[in-house]
Design a protein around this ligand. Structure first.
Ligand SMILES: Cc1cc2nc3c(=O)[nH]c(=O)nc-3n(C[C@H](O)[C@H](O)[C@H](O)COP(=O)(O)OP(=O)(O)OC[C@H]3O[C@@H](n4cnc5c(N)ncnc54)[C@H](O)[C@@H]3O)c2cc1C
Length: 307
């Protein structure tokens, strides 16, 4: 017979691990399922984290390990498996989680599978990631003070990133493949008002250049075919992020692939909570993911105590 846990947490990034810490302290019989060999999620790929309170400049990998160590110290249990689907047996019933390696059952679930930043797939993007190529201006912008940077994209995030970077960089190029931006008009107005921003219209990025550190970006104008190299020290890629929510399709309401949930993590499915980057929210950062984990456990505890 399958063991029925009080709570299963899917994903062990900052949201899942903070949920594990709170669940252990709440004495819930909990299992965390993680597909990667190492816990920590996106944080593991971050060279340096300089905005998590109390830990200035901590290496991303170290922060991931610390979060996992904390959960381990409190006795959290982990299973290494990739969740494929979830079956909700209905109100008052259990939820069955199907992974590649096994089947798991619980009275409540926290979905904390995060998101992945979309890549451009151009030469230099992968090799120079963390060495001038970034997917997060809020996280890495401060490392580019008085430098020249380029933002690739034309949506809200790209324009917000460019406005943010313009406060500290000497110059910011916005590389956009069309002749108009998709971003909200108010954001566009703020962007157009900035003296140190140059929008490079109808243009795609071909390659990020540099040996060890970024020193340029090769671009092509799609209308004229003209090629040129921009001298930049930083390249911020803002072409969207994708929530890792495929296994949960049909389980709870979603919006553009994000699981619809407020700060309390409550979703449209009873006993199923969402935390971190996978849920609908304004700011996707470590601190908000950690807060979500704590809030989701509080909601799960409340649900479980109803019996
Ligand atoms: C390059 C980069 C730099 C960043 N820098 C910063 C920074 O400096 N400061 C900051 O605050 N934020 C930063 N962020 C954002 C921050 O990392 C995320 O907001 C945060 O990690 C979200 O946490 P999460 O737990 O919701 O999701 P994630 O960190 O994405 O973790 C989700 C976990 O779920 C697992 N998972 C996914 N699908 C399944 C499945 N089907 N079965 C089992 N497990 C699964 C994944 O393997 C992963 O371990 C950065 C992000 C990136 C990509």
């Amino acid at each position: 017979m399958t063991h029925i846990y009080d709570l299963i947490i899917i994903g062990s990034g900052p949201a899942g691990l903070s949920a594990a810490i709170y669940a252990q302290r709440a004495r819930l019989d909990t299992l965390v399922i993680e597909k990667a060999m190492v816990s920590g999620g996106q944080v593991l790929t971050t060279y340096e984290v300089d905005n998590y309170p109390g830990l200035p400049g901590i290496g991303g990998y170290d922060l991931g390990l610390k979060l996992r160590e904390h959960a381990d110290k409190l006795g959290a249990r982990f299973a290494e498996d990739e969740v494929q689907s979830v079956e909700d047996k209905g109100p008052g019933q259990t939820k069955v989680v199907h992974g590649f390696g096994g089947t798991y059952e619980a009275k409540a679930l926290i979905l904390a599978t995060g998101a992945i930043h979309r890549k451009l797939g151009i030469p230099g993007e992968e090799t120079l990631a963390g060495a001038g190529v970034s997917y997060c201006a809020t996280c890495d912008g401060a490392f580019f003070r008085n430098k020249v940077t380029a933002v690739i994209g034309g949506g809200d995030v790209a324009v917000e990133d460019a406005i943010f970077l313009a406060r500290m960089c000497s110059k910011v190029y916005v590389i956009h493949r069309r002749d108009e931006l998709r971003a909200a008009k108010s954001l566009q107005e703020s962007l157009f008002a900035l003296d140190n921003v140059e929008i490079v219209w109808d243009t795609v990025a071909d390659a990020v250049c540099g040996e060890g550190m970024v020193n340029g970006l090769e671009v092509t104008n799609v209308k004229t075919g003209e090629k040129r190299k921009l001298e930049v020290q930083g390249v911020f890629i803002a072409v969207g992020i994708s929530p890792e929510s495929k296994p949960f399709e049909g389980l709870a309401e979603m919006e553009h692939g994000y699981i619809k949930a407020g700060e309390d993590g409550v979703t449209s499915a009873e006993g199923i909570f969402a935390a971190g980057d996978v849920r609908t929210k304004q700011l996707r950062q470590i601190i908000t993911a950690a807060a979500d984990g704590a809030n989701a456990v509080t909601s799960a505890e409340r649900f479980l105590s109803r019996g």
